[in-house]
Design a protein around this ligand. Structure first.
Ligand code: AMP
Ligand code: MG
Length: 402
């Protein structure tokens, strides 16, 4: 059976994935979340004409012939309106954000005035309406300013607050359970025996899921025993995981028990082999309400699989429409041989060349090598059966984040 292409595998992962239900969230916790309804302004901004400057509120007709002396009848500051009316020959002291008093239509900036007790001399004529922010120049009540499906930016939070929303309705964040497997794995910080390996890939997987906005719970390391793995799978299900991400034990070796454990818990398997390097034994299925992604244990494989499949799944469940990674053009920094059937996501560094970015993969591409992965700026995509390519020829890359 030919291996499944990366594109088809991704399609299957996303096939049954729908945006999660809405929940009401305090505005300050909604950054990056996706709105489930249109937001119409609950008020008009500004709610009244206000001064844009510190100065004097006047009637433009009075100052058409400057210099002119006006009688001061009061003071207006932001939050402190003035009830009186500015009549002919009068002015009111005003500060930025102060509501324009009745009768006044223009603000003269204080630099163009001279104060003398309860009189002020306006030294220069100003156009009518100058330095006044009219009522509703930003937005008016009822105006739809943020639409359903919008992924909220920091500026959107500012706007929503100004529209008078203390909370917003957004899609729930996906809950992601991360589970490592392997008898050889130990947490970092101890004194590992030569036969032990430090559990490392979960740190990237958890961080990646968190930076995509998921609520992540680390279920630690299960030993290579079906009963232990199954128990951890049940814990993840009881926690209410939307996604269970397992790593390790994903191929058909004697100790590759993840699939068996998942099957014993009722996994509905959708696929488990992809034409991908690194990451062929990648697996996907459904278990109760959980989408299960089983990625290989080799750190680079686990990272590439999560980058290609977990991230789009999280984004889809979070209600985003920009779920897929967008490849960018670059040029090869070295010659590369023809590729085989498996699409190759090579770790590469980027530099700036005369025709744009140049991607150079180091020769060391083994799926266990974390040092070149950390040093890489991008994944250089070699399509299935791509012919040999010379340095300088066009290629496509996926930039790595942070
Ligand atoms: P597996 O997929 O379980 O056959 O593991 C493949 C290789 O990846 C083995 O050399 C494991 O020791 C290693 N490995 C598996 N899980 C992890 C992990 N969480 N962190 C680091 N290395 C791992
Ligand atoms: Mg293992």
């Amino acid at each position: 059976m030919p291996l499944m292409s990366v594109a088809e595998a991704l399609q299957r992962v996303l096939a049954d994935a729908r945006a999660l239900a809405p929940e009401t969230v305090a505005l300050d916790a909604t950054l990056g979340r996706v709105l489930t309804e249109d937001l119409n302004a609950l008020r008009t901004q500004p709610p009244a004409a206000v001064s844009a400057m510190d100065g004097y509120a006047v009637r433009a007709a009075d100052v058409a012939q400057a210099p002119v002396s006006l009688a001061l009848i009061g003071e207006v500051a932001a939050g402190h309106p003035f009830d009186g009316e500015v009549k002919a020959g009068q002015a009111a002291r005003i500060f930025t954000g102060g509501v324009m008093p009745a009768g006044a239509d223009t603000v003269i900036i204080q630099e163009l005035t001279a104060r003398d007790g309860d009189k002020v001399t306006i030294q220069k004529a100003t156009a009518k309406g100058r330095n006044v922010r009219d009522r509703g120049i930003d937005f008016t009540q009822g105006q739809p300013l943020l639409r359903k499906g919008r992924r909220l930016t920091d500026r959107d939070l500012m706007l929503a607050a100004a529209m008078n929303y203390p909370t917003l309705s957004v899609h729930r964040r996906p809950k992601v359970a991360v589970l490592g497997t392997g008898d050889e794995l130990v947490a970092p910080g101890g004194t590992p025996a030569p036969s032990e390996i430090v559990y490392s890939n979960g740190f990237a997987l958890v961080a990646m899921a968190r930076s995509e906005g998921a609520e992540v719970s680390d279920f630690g390391i299960a030993p290579d025993r079906v009963a232990d793995i199954a128990a951890a799978v049940r814990r993840a299900r009881d926690w209410g995981a939307d996604i269970l991400l397992t790593s390790g034990g994903a191929s058909v070796g004697e100790h590759d028990l993840v699939q068996r454990a998942l099957a014993s818990e009722g996994l509905d398997l959708s696929f488990w082999r992809v034409a991908l390097r690194p990451g062929r034994p990648m697996m996907h299925g459904q278990l109760g309400g959980m989408q299960v992604l089983g990625v290989p244990g080799n750190p680079v494989s686990s990272y590439v699989c999560a980058f290609l499949f977990l991230v789009p799944l999280i984004r889809r469940l979070a209600g985003r429409d920009d779920v897929e990674r967008v490849p960018q053009p670059a040029r090869l920094g070295c010659d590369l041989p023809a590729n085989d059937e498996r699409a190759n996501y090579m770790r590469a560094t980027l530099s700036e060349g005369p025709d744009g970015p140049v991607a150079t993969p180091p020769p060391a591409q083994d799926s266990s090598l974390m040092a070149p992965l950390a040093k890489a700026d991008c994944l250089l995509i070699r399509a299935s059966h791509a012919p040999a390519a010379a340095a300088g020829s066009p290629c496509i890359i996926l930039k790595l984040g942070l």
